[in-house]
Design a binder for this molecule. Structure first.
Ligand code: PBG
Length: 335
């Protein structure tokens, strides 16, 4: 008798948790999570970000406290730091100042928790008075231009100052051309050849960054970011951006945002097979939090499904505001 006449029964491998666990293809691990944190020079107590329930701008001492506890109690292995400076200017001088908020935070944190892996976001938008990710020149017709190479110079200086403070990895999120090569050269010249770079390589001009701009106080005061961040319509161009950053010696590449760009994540991983990160951004966080607050979605189940989707699409690591919750849920047992 031909086996073809037998009924096909894929459900055999779904009958119990044990068999489902045995054949599961994709795993979410605490070790793959990065927890983004906002450290502010302007606040003296944790200040909630209204569009991101559970997320706050933290003064330095509260930041250290949160990171140390997440590390010790929940097993968080890596954090990503964003800084909110007291003063902004046209040249983003707070971004690369030796005593800048991120530089101080890194130094203090590496002392408090030497094994916690500290990543710094390298960008200028939180530090410029106009909120753009680079140096702005005005144009005769009333428009403006974000000057690529002048911005790259400041970004490289910023990355070096983070490494000098003790950052374990620097992550440029500005989308200027040539910044990965310039940062690599600057780091190497200053003796930081062992400091890896994670490039926000395929970063799209997305509406899903809205809540972050409240948290980091980095909203552009005029215009938008579409002359440097990518057009959401372009997938081939994303591969080109990733290719260039890898040629310039990026150690890891990132796709951002996450959920609306799983196809990009998949293509990047398939094509290059390099360590690939995904950023589950503020807007993705806000929309699910809002639905959960209404009782319309089960937060834990929906978040774990998202995390699984990122891993299935090829992410090696996930930057998410839910990192600490996910760590706790994973420890509490299967969902
Ligand atoms: C800075 C930066 C942004 C995010 C990470 N780094 C904002 C932006 O580009 O406008 C977004 C993160 C998030 O939305 O969670 N350039």
């Amino acid at each position: 008798m031909s086996t073809l006449s037998l009924p096909r029964r894929p459900r055999r491998l779904r009958v119990s948790p044990a068999v489902r666990d045995l054949v599961r293809e994709t795993e979410v691990r605490v070790a793959d999570l990065v927890w983004p944190l906002f450290v502010s020079e302007k606040v003296t107590a944790p200040t909630p970000v209204s569009s991101m329930p559970g997320v706050a701008q933290l003064p330095l001492d509260a930041l250290i406290d949160a990171a140390v506890h997440a590390h010790r109690d929940d097993g968080i292995r890596a954090v990503l730091l964003f800084g909110v400076p007291a003063k902004k200017d046209e040249q983003a001088s707070g971004a690369w100042a030796d005593d800048g908020i991120v530089q101080r935070a890194v130094r203090t944190l590496k002392k408090a928790a030497p094994k916690l892996f500290v990543i710094t976001d390298v960008c200028l938008c939180e530090y410029t008075s106009h909120g753009h990710c680079g140096v702005v020149h005005s144009r005769d017709n009333g428009g403006f231009h974000v000057h690529n190479d002048e911005s790259v110079e400041i970004l490289a200086r910023t990355a070096v100052s983070h490494a000098a403070a003790g950052a374990d990895l620097v992550a440029p999120s500005d989308m200027m051309d040539g910044r990965i090569g310039a940062i690599r050269a600057a780091l190497d010249a200053r003796g930081f050849s062992e400091t890896p770079i994670m490039s926000y390589a395929a970063k799209f001009a997305s509406a899903f960054y809205g809540p972050f701009r409240e948290a980091a106080e980095g909203a552009p005061q005029f215009g938008d970011r579409r002359t440097y961040q990518m057009d959401p319509a372009n997938a081939r161009e994303a591969l080109r951006e990733v290719e260039l950053d890898l040629e310039e010696s990026a150690d890891l590449v990132m796709v951002k945002p996450g959920l609306p760009y799983l196809d990009i994540l998949w293509r990047v991983k398939e094509r290059f097979q390099r360590p690939t990160a995904v950023y589950n951004v503020s807007g993705e966080y806000a929309m699910l939090k809002a639905a959960a607050a209404h009782g319309w979605l089960d937060e834990r189940a929906a978040v774990m499904e998202q995390m699984t989707a990122f891993r299935r699409a090829g992410a090696d690591l996930i930057l998410t505001y839910w990192a600490r919750d996910v760590a706790r849920w994973l420890r509490a047992g299967s969902v």
